[in-house]
Design a protein around this ligand. Structure first.
Ligand code: ZN
Length: 81
């Protein structure tokens, strides 16, 4: 067996713990990016004819209602939501 004194053994012990913590930290950061919440780009729209609520694309001004196929003018709020 390789003879090591207490201070060298302590440094190796701390080094192994730091490597373990770094590995767990990097893994947690990676997992957080994988399951990150994203704000929905689509906006909630309401049909004036049948009062059906649906999601419309953000960059559209006019779309069709999925239920009654009527034209719906999308009103955007100033806050950008
Ligand atoms: Zn409708």
């Amino acid at each position: 067996m390789i003879p090591i004194d207490y201070s060298t053994g302590f440094v190796i012990y701390i080094f192994i713990w730091m490597l373990t913590l770094a590995f767990l930290w990097i893994r947690e950061e990676w997992r957080e990016k994988e399951h990150e919440w994203e704000r929905e780009k689509d906006i909630l729209s309401f049909c004036d004819n049948c009062h059906y609520a649906f999601l419309a694309k953000y960059n559209e001004n006019i779309t069709r209602c999925p239920r009654c196929n009527g034209m719906v003018i999308i009103r955007k709020r100033r806050s950008g939501i």
